[in-house]
Write a protein that binds this ligand. Structure first.
Ligand code: ATP
Length: 260
């Protein structure tokens, strides 16, 4: 189990951005993490993958544990070795390298299994196999998202953290990415899925967390969140008063609560 206990994160030693966040990803589960822009979702992922210091952030309090063992503040490479790997938002691939070179970079912590992992990734993403010698920068947006996911899978993660994998993709590709997450999870990989697309995330997750201004404000089984009228109104734009309502224009989830 990957767990976060009462985590506090500060940027530049002064800006307290996470204010006591606790969350759990059981092995083999998909957990959705929702929240408006600036709620602190990316910061939480950075804390889980050792990438805070790149952004002048640090964990001020709290712990991260993997199967009960503390892994708080470990370097990114150490965390990858222990099985925690992130697919970056904005699918940061190396555009000048080939598809296969990008994948091989993702497998460097596990060189003995490189060929086997490549085979696994090419089976999951046949389009990457077809384009393996092609320049990654020429792939379409959807294909680049698949390459970013494939590269993360090269390290054979026990826990895969995804930051907005559907961002900017056409609906057909969003469906494809969703199916791939389900497929990846089927082989036993736990998934923490950060998404603005709450419908997609909650449709495949077993549990969901909603963050707002650095705190978890809701923590429920995904099916309950999907059925929750406030969540539907604010995140899914589907209020009982009329589908496609003005939820997106409200500044915060709490505004919905006050408004009701
Ligand atoms: P988004 O979807 O917009 O990325 P988010 O929920 O992932 O939102 P974060 O990116 O974690 O939110 O940001 C949380 C807060 O921390 C925001 O107020 C943001 O301005 C601030 N923040 C993020 N990165 C830094 C940084 N490197 N230095 C200072 N403040 C930061």
């Amino acid at each position: 189990m990957l767990q976060v206990h009462n985590l506090e994160v500060v940027y530049d030693d002064v800006m307290l951005v996470l204010r006591g966040v606790s969350l759990a990803v059981p092995p083999g589960d998909i957990v959705a993490l929702l929240g408006a822009n600036g709620a602190g979702k990316s910061t939480l992922l950075r804390a889980l993958t050792g990438l805070l210091d790149v952004h002048r952030g640090r964990i001020a309090r709290g712990t991260v544990t993997l199967d009960g063992q503390p892994v708080t503040g470990l370097r990114p490479a150490q965390l990858v070795k222990r099985g925690i790997t992130q697919v970056m938002e904005g699918r940061r691939i190396f555009g000048e390298l080939t598809v296969e070179e990008n994948l091989r970079l993702g497998g460097h912590t596990n060189p003995r299994q490189l060929r086997q992992r490549l085979g696994h990734v090419f089976t999951l993403f046949p389009v990457l196999a077809d384009r393996r010698r092609g320049t990654a920068g020429y792939l379409s947006g959807g294909e680049q998202q698949m390459l970013a996911m494939g590269r993360a899978l090269m390290s054979d993660p026990r826990y895969l953290l995804l930051d907005e994998p559907s961002l900017g993709l056409a609906p057909r590709l969003v469906d494809q990415v969703r199916d791939l997450i389900v497929e990846i999870n089927r082989s036993g990989t736990g998934v923490l899925l950060v998404e603005q697309n709450a419908t997609m995330a909650l449709s495949i997750a077993s549990h969901g967390y909603v963050m707002e201004t650095g705190k978890v404000v809701l923590d429920k089984p995904a099916a309950e969140l999907l059925a929750d009228e406030d969540i539907r109104e604010f995140y899914l734009g589907l209020s009982a008063v009329g589908a496609g309502g003005d939820g997106a224009q409200r500044r915060s989830f709490r505004d919905v609560k006050h408004y009701k």
